[in-house]
Design a protein around this ligand. Structure first.
Ligand code: SF4
Length: 957
């Protein structure tokens, strides 16, 4: 067994991991005790990384299609890259360099990002390169630059330990950055007087831990922050000396917030006036206040001003540049920071240079040895896909991201991808929503297989190391970009050039000169040099130093002994005169207010155990056990008013689209507000997920879209029939490979040679069933797909809709095609050991498959109440014999004592809610629960919920 130090590839906390591998297989992962981001801790997502590496559903060989709507076929790398180069060169020749675009990802490593940026801006001559970080951090970038002069988070993780007041705004840290939340819990334990204020429309787990929760209405952050400043001014809590010596523009802001009284803000924000006053007193009156903020502020049509309004509070109180004090944006993606550092966005250049600055463009042109960097601003994410839809951009190269799931207004995005002349997707997984649109699919390496660097939220650069070789024919992202660049140079020569007429010769030579890299370290050296003398100067860093001394924070200039933990400690900011700027900002509200037709607020956010569009976490069964299907969280009063039962289906509609989703009653949201996780996309639910509804309104400065909120209406939906299919693969996992070819065909991507990929790890068979089930998401009005279980994953399909005409009473009044197709696709049809039950009068049709006295598959139509306990039964591989009589009984009740366990709260120790509540009722306290059940003793992600269950049990008692 080999051990390799690397990092987690999920969130911006940037935890260090130790990857265990045997030969070409990753077999385990644990937290790196020496990594300063996590000191050995991991959350549920990081701790299951090794379970996400099964080869099923990986892209392992290039695929291409020569005609739209034709299926892709396997191809050699040379053929695929030649095609990409020829098509890009052709578009560039016909329409100019701005007719092509790149859309990349905060999942890429810094070296990958650097090469893509140079490819677009240096070789092709277009600034049309943007990234999914635009959806995540661009408002934080713009907010920092507007106020502090540079895109540099001034604080660090150690500040959590030193803060007297933590102000957490627009961040469910407990779910989105769990290891950081553990640190907050530790700090609170060590310093019980520390105050925690949470600003969030929902009462999240983070809010539960707060001393003060301000459940503001969506889009009212600025009114709150301005009112807090009003109180601070009124009560003398501002720092006049700091304002005088280190800032500019305070008088104008003071004038502007004069009218924002806490009383007025209380009405706008929907919170108590006294709570606003208390928040201002705690923030302004503490010795050190640290703000942590994330998408709740950023994903807004005025996200830059949200950020600026919060930073105003820090500047006004002098809570910056000291231990425990400062505004600290939490990065969503693992390497959004690295992408910003190399200028991998449409408006940036490498080393925090600005595209709009002619001197910066000249510096970069000189660094790269090209005549010029183009001046025309590139298209930002939403603009890029708009331009693709209108035909202004003809060809797009998408790397390591899934815009067909993650961008707002998905209907328009899908239209754009369908209309594009040429779509290249460079991806590790072949089953993302975007893969359906790709003309060329290029297999990329992913976590555990890549080398390079990334930068976490606190500016800390880690060396990411590969634990295993690339599987199949996958290549590193930077390598693919370099290979393409060199072929494109040749194709441009062949085409007569792209930069003007007559064409300058020698583009192939230029490409070879611009992209000489043979290792990621070679790229890092060039990136490092580009930072010399800049705010993020890392000329003192090297891979060797990172290996020897561990991850380091920038700046780390040549000759420095250490990195820099905290910025602006001398009160000098990154502006021309060294003074930070106050920005006058006013309340603007949400981009799409509610009205009579769309009277409800839909907010979106994260689940504890899923990550982004689930291309990775969606393959790990146990990560479904906390919330296993797409659910719309609705306040009980809103359900009651509409006579909708908890667990029923509703039709949720915005101005851009509609979908069917199941509701769950939840008093975590206020009446009038709904919450839907953003993870579920078209691979897991019919309708495409929350972004079918969200709107593409963007912030005028950062161009970040308002993904957090839109106006919707909700109506009851009663399906004429309901269907449940449960299916597990054999232990060892290959029995999904022999599925009917129909099931594979409809996924749009045939594996190389048309054969099933090499399977053989636990869970692989389940993934094959998952793939087989996906076409069913398009065959029902309502459908959701997920996994259940742990060691033996079970695929769970829940579906329903308006019934087609009954054509076969023998099959319980259901159309026989539906049953026979379902049974075929899930392998329930032909085996000898099937049990069937049909009741045409009640429109019920059920089938169960038993192998070796174990239940391995069930199909229920018309009567589905047995789903929870049958799922458990299959996942736990219990003998089928004792439950045969119950399996398909007319109304399938579980045998006594087998009603299902409820949702799993502690993923590490597989402890369910019902088990915790039972122990609470028996008198257990937290240590007792931990001793008896083990819950909350490993990663700790479940601790907030365990405490809540304890409290609710105590209250009930
Ligand atoms: Fe990964 Fe969790 Fe750490 Fe984020 S907090 S980097 S998801 S282990």
């Amino acid at each position: 067994m080999r051990e390799t130090r690397s990092t987690c590839c999920y969130c911006g906390v940037g935890c260090g991991v130790i990857v265990e591998s045997e030969g070409q297989r990753i077999t385990g992962v644990r937290g790196d005790p020496d990594h300063p981001a996590n000191f050995g801790r991991l959350c549920t997502k990081g701790a299951t990384l090794h379970l996400s590496t099964a080869p099923s559903l990986r892209a392992l060989q290039p695929e291409l299609r020569l005609a739209r709507n034709a299926p892709r076929r396997a191809a050699a790398w040379d053929e695929a890259l030649e095609l990409c180069a020829a098509r890009f060169a052709d578009v560039i020749r016909r329409h100019g360099p701005d007719a092509v675009a790149f859309y990349v990802s905060g999942q890429l490593l810094t070296e990958d990002y650097y090469v893509f940026n140079k490819l677009a801006k240096g070789l092709i001559g277009t600034n049309n390169i943007d990234t999914n970080s635009r959806l995540c951090m661009s408002s934080a970038v713009a907010g920092y630059k507007l106020t502090l002069g540079a895109d540099a988070p001034p604080a660090c993780y150690d500040d959590i330990d030193a803060a007297d007041c933590l102000f957490i705004a627009g961040s469910n840290t407990a779910f989105a950055h769990p290891v950081m939340f553990r640190r907050i819990e530790d700090a609170r334990r060590a310093r019980p007087d520390m105050k925690i204020i949470v600003v969030d429309p929902r009462r999240t787990d983070t809010a539960e831990a707060a001393d003060l929760h301000l459940a503001i209405l969506p889009g009212t952050d600025i009114a709150l922050f301005n009112a807090m400043l009003h109180v601070m001014l009124w009560e003398g809590l501002t720092d006049a000396r700091f304002i005088r010596e280190h800032t500019a523009g305070f008088d104008a802001l003071k004038e502007a917030v004069r009218e924002t009284t806490p009383g007025m803000a209380a009405q706008i924000c929907g919170v108590a006036e006294q709570d606003i006053i208390t928040a201002a007193r705690w923030f302004g009156g503490s010795a050190a206040t640290l703000s942590l903020y994330c998408q709740g502020l950023n994903q807004s049509a005025h996200g830059t001003h949200n950020n600026a309004a919060l930073i105003n509070l820090h500047l006004a109180t002098g809570h910056i540049g000291r231990p425990g004090a400062g505004p600290f944006s939490l990065t969503g993606q693992p390497n959004a920071m690295g992408g910003r550092e190399v200028g991998g966005m449409a408006n940036l250049l490498c080393a925090h240079r600005d595209l709009a600055n002619p001197q910066h463009r000249a510096e970069v042109a000189q660094l790269w040895g090209v005549p010029a960097v183009p001046e025309t601003p590139g298209k930002t994410a939403v603009e890029l896909f708009d331009a693709l839809r209108s035909g202004e951009v003809k060809a797009v190269w998408i790397a390591c991201t899934n815009p067909a799931q993650s961008l707002p207004d998905l209907g328009a995005v899908h239209e754009a991808l369908a209309r594009a002349e040429f779509v290249v997707l460079q991806e590790a997984f072949r089953d993302t929503e975007t893969a359906d649109f790709a003309d060329v699919l290029l297999p990329a390496t992913t976590w555990g297989e890549k080398e390079g660097t990334l930068t976490n939220s606190e500016r800390r650069i880690s060396h990411v190391r590969a634990a295993v070789p690339a599987p199949g024919q996958a290549r590193a992202d930077w390598r693919i970009a370099v290979d393409f660049a060199q072929r494109l140079g040749q194709a441009l020569d062949d085409d007569g050039g792209a930069r003007g007429k007559p064409a300058p010769p020698g583009r192939a030579d230029e490409a070879r000169r611009l992209f000489p890299y043979d290792t990621p370290e070679h790229i890092f050296a060039e990136h490092r040099e580009s930072t010399r003398g800049r705010d993020l100067d890392i000329t003192g860093l090297s891979y060797a130093l990172l290996d020897e001394r561990g991850p380091q924070q920038w700046p780390f200039p040549e000759g420095a002994a250490n990195g820099t933990a905290r910025l602006y400690t001398d009160g000098r900011f990154a502006t021309a005169d060294g003074r930070a700027r106050f920005v006058v900002v006013r309340h603007q509200g949400v981009a799409e207010p509610t009205d009579a037709r769309y009277p409800l607020h839909l907010t979106t956010g994260r689940l504890r155990d899923q990550w982004h569009g689930m291309s990775r976490t969606g393959k790990v069964a146990r990560l479904f056990s906390h919330e296993g299907e797409p659910l719309l969280h609705v306040h009980p009063a809103d359900l009651e008013r509409r006579a909708i039962a908890d667990g029923a289906l509703v039709r949720l509609a915005s101005r851009r689209g509609a979908l069917l989703v199941r509701v769950v009653a939840s008093d975590v949201v206020r009446p009038g507000q709904l919450f839907m996780p953003m993870h579920w996309g078209g691979q897991f639910m019919a309708g495409g997920g929350a972004n079918r509804l969200t709107l593409p309104a963007t912030d005028p400065i950062s161009r970040q879209p308002e993904l957090k909120h839109c106006a919707v209406r909700m109506e009851a939906f009663t399906p004429a029939h309901e269907v449940v299919v449960l299916r597990r693969a054999a232990r060892g996992g290959t029995d999904g490979a022999g599925l009917h070819p129909h099931a594979r065909h409809e996924t749009g991507s045939l594996p190389p040679g048309g054969a099933a990929p090499a399977l053989g790890r636990p869970g692989d068979g389940a993934l094959a069933f998952l793939e087989a089930a996906r076409p069913w998401l398009r065959r029902f009005d309502y459908a959701s797909l997920g996994l259940a279980g742990r060691e033996v994953p079970v695929v769970v399909l829940r579906a329903g809709g308006t019934a087609p005409a009954s054509d076969d009473p023998q099959h319980g009044g259901r159309p026989s095609w539906l049953l026979s197709d379902l049974d075929r696709d899930f392998g329930l049809g032909e085996a000898a050991q099937t049990l069937t039950f049909a009741d045409a009068r009640r429109n019920v049709a059920k089938r169960a498959l038993v192998e070796d006295d174990r239940l391995v598959g069930v199909r229920l139509v018309g009567e589905t109440v047995a789903r929870p306990w049958l799922t458990d039964w299959i996942a736990r591989e219990q003998p089928a014999r004792p439950v045969r009589q119950w399996l398909l009984a007319p109304v399938a009740q579980p045998p006594s004592g087998q009603g299902g366990r409820g949702r799993v709260v502690c993923n590490c120790h597989d402890v369910a809610e019902d088990e915790i509540l039972a122990a609470c009722r028996a008198g257990a306290d937290l240590p007792g629960l931990q001793a008896r059940l083990g819950c909350g003793t490993s990663c700790g992600s479940c601790l907030p919920e365990v405490r809540r269950l304890l409290a609710s049990a105590a209250q009930a008692a």
